[in-house]
Design a protein around this ligand. Structure first.
Ligand SMILES: *Cc1c(COP(=O)(O)O)cnc(C)c1O
Length: 385
């Protein structure tokens, strides 16, 4: 199998699994228990919190553990909206967010908030001037993703956060695609809230964190015991948290080298496809984007057919976003960039990672053109070309 879908999820690093194992059956006690094993589990969690905080340039008490990226963004957006409702009811986000963010805003609209969805340019970039125009005296929160999961495009977060703050709003970023891939310092970014998920950077599924700058007003969304300083109730996922901290340590050590190695493979892939397949377009090729991601538009064919044919050859990719790929709706990200429906339907996302090998890229570059040729031969769209 050739796995090129690392933006959907990553395999756990064996070193992460090894770090987690003792916390299932040996150090299993509830970290809220007052006995010694409980306190031992508590100390392990607090060590993990400290590792993650220093990885982000944050304070320990600013890191809250959650069940993943979706929960972190729900807590950030809904939590701030509820806490500041009396101050204002206007919220700002972008048209290209992940559904974990977009659908929270859609539900807040039903609850009486008004939401501005910022447009992006043809490369998928949110411009700070657009944010400036959208801000109102009653704007309480702005949420813009750090890197887009489909295109890999990096948004100018530091500039956007500055504009939001000048307008008196709180700033959240969904950094699920950047944490573990590129260095992140919350002070340099200037954000108030930042969401991350362990399974996107070689940690386990079902665990993530939310960075909450000290003093940021936020209403808890899961109520129960006094866990996570009252911001998120529920017994902590101890093995998951330990694994996530280990994944941060490994990323800190290795991400520089990974960026060089994986970036070279991604460039090789794009060059190979471009040389061998006519009428393809590589999205946002010339703007800052993640080194592991390549979104390719293939004219006259459907992304889903391409995906299934690649799967038959043992090559795992995604068509647009994993969420839209089962609904047959074209990607909202590509539509927001201004691509026509026909082209947006023919998108294939390659996302590379730690275990991607050069031979695998050679094989994709050899197989892909044949599949495209076959599909175009039977495609009604390619008539009269
Ligand atoms: C995967 C992803 C999420 C969701 O994270 P989960 O941990 O799977 O809930 C949110 N935002 C982006 C950009 C993602 O890529």
């Amino acid at each position: 199998m050739i796995y090129l879908d690392y933006n959907a999820t990553t395999p756990c690093d064996p070193r992460v699994v090894e770090a987690m194992l003792p916390f299932f059956s040996e150090f299993f006690a509830n970290p809220s228990s007052l006995h010694r094993p409980g306190q031992e589990a508590r100390r392990a969690i607090e060590r993990a919190r400290s590792t993650i905080a220093s990885f982000l340039g944050a304070k320990e008490e600013e890191v809250i553990f959650t069940s993943g990226g979706t929960e972190s963004s729900n807590l950030a957006i809904r939590g701030v909206a509820q806490a500041l409702r009396k101050k204002g009811t206007h919220l700002v986000t972008s048209a290209i967010e992940h559904h974990a963010v977009l659908n929270v805003f859609r539900s807040l609209e039903k609850e009486g908030f008004s939401v501005t969805y910022l447009p992006v340019d043809a490369n998928g970039i949110v411009h700070p001037e657009e944010l400036k125009k959208a801000l109102r005296p009653d704007t309480i929160l702005v949420s813009i993703m750090h890197a887009n999961n489909e295109t890999g495009v990096l948004e100018p977060i530091a500039d956007l956060a500055r504009v939001a703050h000048e307008g008196g709003a709180i700033f959240h970023t969904d950094a699920v695609q950047t944490v573990g891939k590129i260095p992140i310092d919350v002070t340099v970014l200037g954000v108030d809230l930042l969401s991350a998920s362990a399974h996107k950077f070689y940690g386990p599924k079902g665990v993530g964190f939310l960075y909450i700058r000290k003093g940021t007003p936020i209403a808890p969304q899961i109520l129960g015991g006094h866990h996570e300083r009252g911001k998120r109730a529920g017994t902590e996922n101890v093995p998951g948290i330990i694994g996530m901290a280990k994944a941060c340590e490994i990323a800190q050590e290795e991400m520089g080298e990974e960026a060089r190695r994986v970036g070279a493979l991604r460039d090789m892939l794009e060059q190979g496809l471009e040389e061998r397949v006519p009428d393809i377009h590589i999205v946002s090729r010339n703007v800052p984007r993640l080194y592991n991601t390549s979104l390719v538009l293939v004219a006259y064919v459907e992304g889903e057919s391409l995906l299934l044919n690649l799967d038959f050859e043992g090559i795992c990719v995604s068509s647009g976003s994993a969420c839209t790929s089962s609904s047959l709706e074209p990607s909202h990200v590509l539509l927001a960039c201004g691509y026509p429906h026909e082209l947006a339907h023919g998108s294939i996302r390659f996302s590379l990672g730690k275990w991607t090998k050069e031979e695998e890229i050679f094989r994709v570059v050899a197989v892909f053109p044949k599949i495209v040729e076959k599909l175009r031969a039977i495609s009604p769209f390619s008539k009269g070309r």
